[in-house]
Design a protein around this ligand. Structure first.
Ligand SMILES: [Zn+2]
Length: 297
């Protein structure tokens, strides 16, 4: 069993509306996956206020309700308490301990892992990846097409002056699934969806969703051909409602396609369930230890 986990930031579920760009005319593949292969899950985590990235993602990758632990939803980059929670245990640590091979397929434009450790601001996925440095992809991996940039096509990296060739979403899909074939658990993170949601710019949101959709089209076909279980989910809503600059309290999709997709979907109703469910799936017979963490607030 191999799993490719697509974490797409800031995509919630909402009925069709003029200010909701998540529609079949814009992103037919994503909409079809949502319609036929997903369940809607909770991202609000029983905490008031708008769900945020740091706590949502920490919950997604640890199985602990990080918003309750912090006493609030935390934005952006995790602070010391949240980093500690992620560093103590996370899905990649757990799977690695069980002898499985994990990979974070987003390329960091670094030569050595130490260049990443010294960064001042680290995302949840970076904090998690640093607990298992072997999972990290660098620019060398990207040059060998063994990694993908977080924007899919490398275009924003070229704009920033990196010596990279812009590729098509389809090529990026081939590269990603090639990685996913070589590992038990592969993670890809895309956050332009969240940035486009914050921009409230309908055309920009559509462009982002079209790139993502062309990529998903390739990923879905290649995963199906390779017998890989593809998971796609998000940490909170945003892009589906351009009437507001902030996140939304809408549920998010949890898409599963491929071997055992039905069983996985049936056991996930919120961000909290994802890590324990995937761990049990990848390590048959393994009962994840229920982490008991007291709220720090
Ligand atoms: Zn955001």
């Amino acid at each position: 069993m191999k799993v490719l986990f697509l974490f797409i930031d800031g995509v919630g579920l909402r009925a069709p509306a003029p200010d909701n760009p998540v529609r079949p005319e814009v992103c037919p593949v994503l909409c079809s996956l949502i319609e036929k292969h997903s369940v809607s899950i909770d991202a609000c985590l029983a905490v008031d206020g708008l769900p945020q990235s740091a706590t949502g993602q920490a919950t997604m990758f640890t199985g602990v309700n990080a918003s309750q632990y912090m006493g609030r939803h935390c934005e952006g980059f995790p602070g010391p308490s949240l980093r500690k929670l992620i560093e103590e245990d996370n899905i990649m640590m757990e799977l690695t301990r069980k002898g499985l091979r994990c990979r974070f397929a987003d390329a960091y434009m670094i030569d050595r892992v130490d260049d990443l450790r010294v960064r001042r601001f680290k995302s949840v996925t970076t904090v998690m990846a640093l607990t298992q440095p072997d999972v990290i992809s660098t620019q060398d991996d990207l040059m060998e097409n063994q990694a993908v940039t977080h924007d899919i096509t490398r275009a924003t990296f070229k704009e920033k002056g990196h010596d990279v060739k812009v590729i098509t979403p389809r090529e990026a899909a081939e590269h990603l699934v090639q990685v996913a074939r070589a590992y038990d658990f592969t993670l890809f993170e895309f956050f332009q969806s969240d940035l486009s949601g914050h921009s409230r710019n309908y055309d920009q949101a559509c462009e982002t969703l079209r790139t993502l959709d062309a990529f998903l089209d390739g990923v879905v076909r290649l995963c199906e051909a390779s017998g890989i279980l593809m998971i796609l989910t998000s940490d909170h809503g945003n892009i589906e409602d351009l009437s507001t600059r902030g996140h939304t309290r809408n549920p998010v999709p949890f898409i599963a396609l491929g071997p055992q997709a039905g069983q996985v979907m049936n056991a996930v109703s919120s961000l909290i369930d994802i890590t324990p469910r995937l761990t049990r799936l990848l390590v048959p017979g393994y009962v994840p230890v229920q982490r008991v963490v007291k709220p720090i607030g």
